[in-house]
Design a binder for this molecule. Sequence first.
Ligand SMILES: [Zn+2]
Length: 415
Amino acid sequence: MSSDEPIRLDKSCRICGSQKTKDVWELKPTPPGDRFVPESQLDSSKEKHPLILALCEACGYLHLPHVLDPKLIYSDYLYESKVTLGLRQHFKEYAEKVLSISKTAKGSMVVDLGSNDGSLLEVFQNLGMTVLGIEPSVIALKANDIVPTIRDYFNEELAKNIVKNQGKAAIVTANYMYANIDDVKQFTRDAKELLDEDGIFVIQTGYHPEQMKIFMFDYIYHEHIAYFTVKVLSRLLQDCGFELLHVETNPMKGGSVRAIAQHAGGQRKIDQSVDAFIQNEEAAGMHKCETYFRFAEDINDRKIALLELLNPLKSENKRIVGYGASISTTTLAHQFEIGGHLEYIVDDNPIKQGLYSPGYHLPVYASGKLYEDMPEYVVILAWQYQDAIIERNREYLDRGGAFIVPLPDTKIVKK
Ligand SMILES: [Zn+2]
């Protein structure tokens, strides 16, 4: 590790600078959630870091005050967009919607910041746009076969280089990465630098006001430094010379928001969705500490329910395994403290198979292992995909196995 300090603690608000930030939920310390390790690293990587959710009482910014060194997180980042169920179809709808709102001419440049495997840009390319991806992780190398991709972190220097060599962009997108940016204000100004006069900036990110309705808390992990409401996004964008133009939600990742901004004073008319979202957020108490105290209690109730189910099974020496090896399942397993109940994890993503889970170091196998082994219970850690997982594994149920679903409410699924 190049940095001496793997973690930094910010005591003031990153958006408004206020000192009025308050811890609203102290989660269990957790390892970097996507750090699935090979057998050779089992000795060296058990470190855990604080995972605390805080709220700025001045501006409503919900965030993690602790920031992990990005090198700890992204150097061998394994997430690929294509692996996420339904994301490709979603990106098609996304690109068409953005083009219809922006009315951008064909051939104009679309730059995706944190372009991952190029899935979104591929769609824009097929719709006649010129595209460019920026992606710091090793996935960039593979993405380059599909769309031009620069393997780097996006910053001011890179923005200037792109403008110099390729001109300004008509559309800049940032999907599921905006909440991961440490200096988000500088990042936003750099995005503005990259945009032409009529350019638009599109942010899609997890939307906790929706996620909380289904008790989805496992979207909280070190990578996600920020949990944005539209109110906070709007303020942040204004501070950086943008104005929010259009907002909508979609069901991706348990609830996401797509916010489209133009340069402040731009020519497009501001949609009424912006104010409507902010009013709804205020009415739902999204900028108040009590809302998150309550949420933490609701999650704890579900943790207790799950443990009350698993503990007796474990005492009876029933064999229990987990389904789903992802960054979210790391949060779930550590917060619910169920790593010790599980013998191993199965996952359908070949990238994870053969590795060991962060912290608990449970081995990860292909889901075919369930049929060789027939463990009595499978806890669906990737509970957001429970319907697809159960459907795909009817045979396991037919042969007498049982699924345990931890969220939104604990339940057992048998044949
Ligand atoms: Zn603040």
